[in-house]
Design a protein around this ligand. Structure first.
Ligand code: HEC
Length: 165
């Protein structure tokens, strides 16, 4: 039984090295050019000095000063801790790679980009509330389905208009 302890220690060290390696490589772009930095996820920083509009508040926090907003779907961390559009689409709305218990890419949702892709205001609202793209296709479950009032939808769309494409 003398080998048991050293073997256990070696196995633990190998395991730790493995963990570091997995973490390291999961942050490395697997296809250069396809992964947009910076990485997104929980912990996205809010603008300093408070929110200048309700739309900005919704965008960063997923909460409204008018009404209660709820969301279904989204990744587990989002279901547990909530968040705003910025957590996935980035504080600049230009999208990026979301890394948190896995990874996925969120698209650019700045207003002018969405319009160029064929969205209009109603189709943007449909994407937010029903998870459908401009052609009616189903967005994947990483995009939460939001339940918010029409006023709140207008507010957040107005905020998307302020973002550089
Ligand atoms: C937890 C991550 C997450 C959050 C939070 C989130 N989204 Fe998304 N969103 C996504 C992903 C991922 C997609 C792309 C899904 C796909 O391609 O199937 C998406 C797609 C979209 C699209 C469609 C864009 C396109 O080009 O097809 C719009 C519009 C959109 N989101 C708006 C919002 C708004 C507005 C908010 C905040 C109220 C928000 N999203 C919050 C992850 C998120």
């Amino acid at each position: 039984m003398k080998w048991l302890l050293p073997t256990a220690i070696i196995l633990i060290i190998v395991g730790l090295i493995g963990l570091f390696a997995v973490n390291y490589f999961s942050f490395m772009p697997s296809q250069p050019g396809h992964i947009r930095e910076p990485f997104r996820g929980p912990g996205t920083r809010f603008p300093s000095g408070g929110f200048k509009s309700n739309g900005e508040q919704i965008f960063f926090t997923g909460t409204s000063s008018r009404d209660t907003i709820t969301a279904t779907g989204g990744p587990i961390w989002f279901q547990m801790h909530g968040g705003g559009c910025a957590n996935c689409h980035g504080p600049d709305g230009r999208g990026g790679t979301v890394i948190m218990m896995g990874r996925f890419t969120a698209p650019n949702i700045t207003y002018r980009t969405l319009i160029k892709e064929g969205f209009n205001n109603n189709l943007i609202k449909r994407a937010i509330t029903r998870g459908q793209d401009e052609k009616g296709g189903t967005l994947n479950q990483n995009m939460p389905r939001w339940h918010m009032s029409d006023q709140d939808l207008n507010d957040v769309i107005d905020y998307l208009k302020t973002l550089e494409p």
